[in-house]
Design a protein around this ligand. Structure first.
Ligand code: MN
Length: 753
């Protein structure tokens, strides 16, 4: 590792060096096609030079050389304009000197001051000493980022320059900085489309983290240079001839993989250096001829190349028709060269190349007036981050994990039924797609169709899948969905919805609890509360209230185990108050099957009552306790609203009615029923690959039954599955159960009442 060169310049030499460096910055700027605001840049330079006067970097050189270098990266390697160049020149002024953001605003206006302020906020290393502090800092970084993306771009340039000059830092600092660069900045650079910077950051980090490996691979690359050149020339010559015949102006470059990416490949694929197959690569950058579509030109070149060489069947990547989320466009093809080596060729137009090298900044340049593109994929990503930040309650560590997930996961692209494209992280499920489209779609998502096949919510998608989201009004968001969701956005949306849904139950539970305390004059101290929470196996009061509110637990659950007579008398009082078992307090709700019920004026209980339903009108309601289906053995009960309630004969509630309300019972008979009903079916079996597909195939495929809910649980080898299906009558259910029993591995299929 190089150590800082001894620094020995006279003040005059130093001053000249600074002037030269600045002049070089300006030269680059003037060669770009930005509007020329040289005055402003010169003022920013003078201001920064004066502010940092007398301060030196660890290497001994004047501090101002660092902001100049950062401004140069911002201008030349990222392609940004005067606002960013000024902000880069001033980026350490507020942090390191007496000047304030207000001073910057007075001299350079609001925009530049805002960016400098953003940079000052995130000036510390992202990695503090504690993990949660890291996450908080990272959150700050991204918060600022969503205000103005230039803050992050300049931060990238700052980090790149610090990495380039890392040699002068103490070794322990080198590890820390190299580590966080690899962990945070390189993936972020990738996401922003700054491929050149990403590669360099990776290489530099690698160099400081694994100096010996770095040196070894670098020398191997150098050692194979001659051979590589020969292979390349043999390969390229016929291509040049062909492209010349086509009358194309273009640049072609031989490309060598970066040290870091070669090492990664050696590590992940466990291959020696010699076997890293795509060490060779060629890049063709063409000028789009007048009147030709650049996309079409890519395909024409592709066609010419595949006339010359055989393409690898699985290594053609069309990022032209389907650009990457960060805007990258190119056509990649891997060809078998004359020496039997696979060589990757990247075909790009001049515009695509600039985007690839400089990222989104270049992309903006091509937009008229240099305006940000409103709905770019990047904006969508930034909005996702905002979604997360808007959520008031995520644990800081969770937040970092969610983001890490998004930064590192490779991406997949799927199609909506309308042919729109969605970019998602690998591992995304049907439910992720639903949530990415709309919160409501996610909340009511019941299944999906992937390439026209019915799949469950947790089905993991592959790139190129066509995905349709199926919803149902009766579907509700479930906490267990959290386990298979993979996008941060979906998790955020689900978490929000769950919290919203739980709130009334928590409130209800709190009332139950408070009423109980008041009623019995109980004063709780903390010890008792801890005990109560422990008994209910919850960790917070909110969780307890939720359990009480949903009826999952009741107060007598707790008191029943306390055998004191006082407790027992409390229990009995609770029952009288109606706070006891949840069943008692459960109100009858109308289901969609029970709506539109006609109330007959007079019903003769001595006659057999004929049940009919023509699809709009029906003369009965189905009891919720046993939800009978047409064809079931049932009885009627004339309730006090004058409606005929239908109960299954085996329903426990019906037993009670028989005993206590004999005068209101009716014999009933099913007539023509023209309506669908929901039946609940429980399936158990031995889990094997593909069994669920087969089951859903039987249901929706061969029997053409509409599935409304599907809930699957697997415990080791065994799975159980509850599903709601739309059926016409009992026979329909029996046919379905019989068909499912025939599926290999299914052990039990029962209709649940
Ligand atoms: Mn800096």
């Amino acid at each position: 590792m190089e150590s800082p060169a001894p620094y020995s310049l006279t003040p005059e030499q130093e001053s000249r060096l600074i002037d030269d460096e600045f002049a070089d910055l300006l030269r680059g700027y003037l060669a770009s096609n930005h509007r020329k605001k040289v005055d402003l840049i010169e003022r920013a330079f003078k201001f920064a030079r004066e502010a940092h006067y007398g301060v030196r970097r660890r290497s001994g050189e004047p501090y101002i050389l660092h902001p100049i270098a950062v401004a140069k990266i911002v201008s030349r390697e990222i392609g940004l304009g005067s606002t960013s160049i000024c902000a880069a020149l001033l980026h350490d002024v507020v942090e390191d000197t007496e000047y304030t953001v207000e001073d910057i605003e007075r001299h350079f206006g609001k925009k530049i001051a805002e960016i400098v302020s953003g940079l000052t906020k995130i000036s510390g290393g992202i990695f503090g000493d504690r993990a949660s502090a890291q996450a908080e800092n990272f959150r700050k970084l991204l918060l600022t980022m969503s205000e103005d993306i230039r803050v992050v771009l300049i931060k990238m340039a700052d980090r790149l320059h610090n990495m380039r000059t890392l040699g002068s830092m103490a070794p322990n600092k080198q590890y820390k900085i190299a580590g966080e660069t690899l962990y945070i900045y390189a993936p972020l650079a990738h996401r922003l489309g700054l491929f050149g910077i990403k590669t360099e950051l990776e290489d530099l980090s690698f160099k400081y983290e694994h100096p010996a490996e770095y040196a070894r691979i670098a020398s191997l690359i150098k050692g194979t240079e001659e051979k590589r050149e020969m292979v390349y020339n043999n390969f390229a010559t016929p291509i040049h001839e062909r492209l010349a015949e086509m009358g194309l102006t273009y640049d072609a470059k031989a490309r060598v993989k970066s040290v870091y990416s070669i090492w990664r490949k050696m590590e992940t694929k466990h291959v020696p250096f010699e076997e890293v197959y795509d060490l060779y690569a060629m890049r063709i950058i063409f000028d789009t001829p007048e009147g030709v579509n650049e996309k079409e030109m890519c395909y024409r070149i592709y066609s010419a190349l595949t006339d010359l060489y055989t393409p690898h069947p699985e290594r053609t990547r069309d990022w032209v028709a389907v650009p990457k989320a960060n805007g990258y466009q190119a056509l990649h093809v891997t060809l078998m060269g004359p020496d039997g080596n696979w060589i990757e060729v990247q075909i790009r137009s001049r515009r695509m190349d600039e985007i690839a090298e400089k990222g989104f900044a270049a992309h903006w340049k091509y937009k008229i007036g240099g305006e940000y593109e409103e709905e770019s994929e990047l904006t969508v990503w930034l909005r996702t981050i905002k979604d997360i930040l808007d959520d008031p309650n995520p644990n800081a560590i969770d937040f970092l994990d969610t983001l890490k997930l998004n930064l590192f996961a490779s991406e997949i692209v799927v199609f909506t039924p309308k042919g729109e494209l969605l970019t998602l992280p690998a591992g995304a499920t049907v439910l992720d797609v639903a949530y990415s489209l709309h919160s409501e779609l996610g909340n009511h998502c019941i299944a999906g169709k992937v390439n026209h096949k019915l799949v469950q919510l947790s089905h993991k998608l592959n790139s190129g899948d066509q995905v349709e989201v199926l919803t149902s009004h009766s579907q509700k968001p479930k906490a267990e969905w959290m386990e298979f969701l993979s996008t941060a956005k979906a998790k955020t949306r689900l978490r929000k919805e769950l919290r919203r849904e739980q709130q009334p139950f928590i409130e209800k539970g709190r009332q139950i609890f408070d009423a109980f305390l008041t009623e019995n004059n109980i004063n709780l101290n903390n010890d008792v509360i801890t005990k109560i929470l422990g008994r209910y196996q919850v960790s917070t009061r909110e969780e307890l209230f939720l359990k009480l509110g949903t009826g999952e637990a009741s107060i007598d659950d707790y008191l029943n185990v306390n055998t004191s007579s006082r407790a027992k008398s409390l229990v009995s009082r609770l029952f009288r108050l109606g706070f006891g078992k949840s069943d008692n307090s459960k109100k009858k709700r109308k289901t969609e099957n029970e709506s539109d019920t006609a109330t007959p004026a007079e019903i003769d209980v001595k006659k057999t009552y004929v049940l009919h339903d023509d699809g709009t009108d029906r003369n009965f309601i189905l009891a919720e306790c046993c939800s009978p289906l047409p064809g079931d053995d049932v009885m009627g009960y004339l309730n006090y609203d004058g409606q005929v309630e239908i109960h299954s004969l085996s329903c426990p509630h019906a037993q009670k009615l028989k005993a206590g309300h004999g005068d209101r019972l009716l014999a009933v008979k099913w007539d023509k029923i023209d309506r669908d009903f929901i039946a609940n079916i429980h399936v158990e079996g031995i889990d094997r690959h593909g069994i669920l597909q087969e089951l859903t195939g039987v249901i929706s495929g061969s029997l053409d039954i509409d599935m409304r809910r599907l809930n699957i649980e697997a415990h080791g080898e065994v799975f159980s599955c509850d599903l709601d299906v739309k059926v016409t009558d009992v026979k329909h259910v029996r046919r379905l159960c019989a068909a499912m029993r025939k599926v290999d591995g299914v052990r039990r299929v029962v209709r649940v009442k």
